[in-house]
Design a protein around this ligand. Structure first.
Ligand code: XIL
Length: 369
């Protein structure tokens, strides 16, 4: 290309990306492959976030409530349920033709204090049974699926020493699925956890799923959360996990995907919400903006990941991002409060990033499309 044409060339790229931004749609691009979801917060559910109100119907065909169906919000007192926001989400999704993955029934975190204080096993079991039965029944036929149990495992694949485990023993997971199956016969039932692509924890998850199946109880799928770092996505472990989990005859989903770009305060990768670290400026290097080189690195990481997902379409049934755009990501405040992270496909103004374009481009060039 001559020097003279260079400005024209850049202008053309700019225009094509700008037009692309208005027309390209994740859900349309991957409609024959898997659902494309996002986690939504209260402002988004109440349709007060204008950016999300534009992006959600255009880009996503699945939604997961980020917090409002967790026990502390939906079941704040022994006899008190707060269904308002969940009902609103279900109505909104129905109008837009979007699947809802309800998140979650049983999790040790964001569990109301009155539950944590229960001392005797019988009362605990009564709460456990009532909680699952009431909520799962209310939304049966209204939500597409439930994360029935979230994060029951330790990194080495053994059972986490949660209040559920202490009170009810190893069988609480099977019991949770049994109760959910009874209350929600029309709803898909999933186990969800982080780091279950890692070999030891994966083996624990496989054992858990087999145990549910051996008890004759229904489990339809497994969700690998996918809170990874853009610089270090464990592709090989992910591929092995897709194969191993789908060999159990269940769906495999990536349920909370985000690829953070900020320094990690620890050597290991975790998504343990209770584990936090102190702020210092070195840990927040991109407060003024995302450098091009980092944006490109993230775009490449997302491209490799989606190339893998496409190779396993049919086994992988949903990819959900943990947020709509970078402004709302939990990774701005976890594991360190007050940082500026850039883990998602849309920037703080709801504009598509390099990672968005690289994912769309993968679909248009891959042999699997
Ligand atoms: C996070 C939410 O994004 C935050 O807003 C909240 O403060 C803590 O929980 N694994 C999960 C999600 O299963 O429910 C968590 O969501 C992130 C880690």
């Amino acid at each position: 290309m001559s020097q003279k044409n260079l400005p024209l060339f850049f202008f053309a790229v700019f225009v094509s990306q700008a037009t692309f931004a208005q027309t390209a749609s994740l859900k349309a691009t991957f409609r024959n492959d898997f659902l494309i979801g996002a986690a939504v917060n209260t402002r988004q559910i109440e349709e007060r976030d204008t950016t999300a109100a534009r992006l959600i119907p255009a880009q996503f065909n699945a939604l997961t409530p980020e917090n409002i169906m967790k026990a502390e919000v939906i079941h704040p007192g022994w006899d008190r349920y707060n269904f308002e926001l969940a009902d609103k989400l279900v109505d909104y999704a129905r109008k837009q033709g979007i699947h809802v993955n309800a998140h979650n029934l049983i999790w040790h975190s964001q569990l109301p204090r009155y539950v944590q204080r229960i001392k005797d096993v019988d009362s605990f079991r009564t709460w456990f049974t009532g909680h699952i039965s009431a909520i799962a029944a209310r939304y049966d036929g209204k939500v597409y699926s439930w994360d029935v149990v979230n994060e029951a495992l330790n990194e080495d694949g053994t059972m986490r020493n949660s209040i559920f485990h202490k009170m009810l023993g190893d069988d609480f997971v099977v019991e949770a699925f049994r109760l959910a199956q009874k209350a929600a016969p029309h709803t898909k039932l999933y186990y969800n956890d982080y780091n279950i692509e890692q070999p030891a924890k994966r083996a624990g998850a496989i054992a858990l799923i087999k145990k549910i199946q051996a008890a004759g109880v229904r489990i339809d799928g497994v969700g690998i959360q996918g809170h990874w770092r853009a610089a270090n996505v464990p592709l090989k472990d992910i591929e092995e996990s897709i194969r191993a989990f789908s060999a159990l005859g269940i769906e495999v989903m990536f349920t909370e995907l985000d690829l953070g770009v900020l320094p990690n305060p620890w050597d290991n990768t975790t998504a343990e919400v209770g584990q936090t670290a102190a702020y210092n400026a070195n840990m927040n290097p991109y407060a003024g903006g995302l450098p091009d080189s980092v944006e490109r690195m993230q775009a490449d990481a997302y491209a490799s990941l989606f190339r893998l997902f496409l190779a396993y379409k049919g086994k992988v049934t949903r990819i959900t991002f943990w947020g709509v755009d970078d402004s709302g990501s939990w990774l701005n405040d976890w594991p360190i409060r007050g940082r500026t992270n850039y883990p998602l496909l849309f920037d703080r103004h709801g504009q598509p990033k390099g990672s968005f374009f690289s994912i769309i481009a993968i679909k248009n060039t891959t042999a699997n499309n």
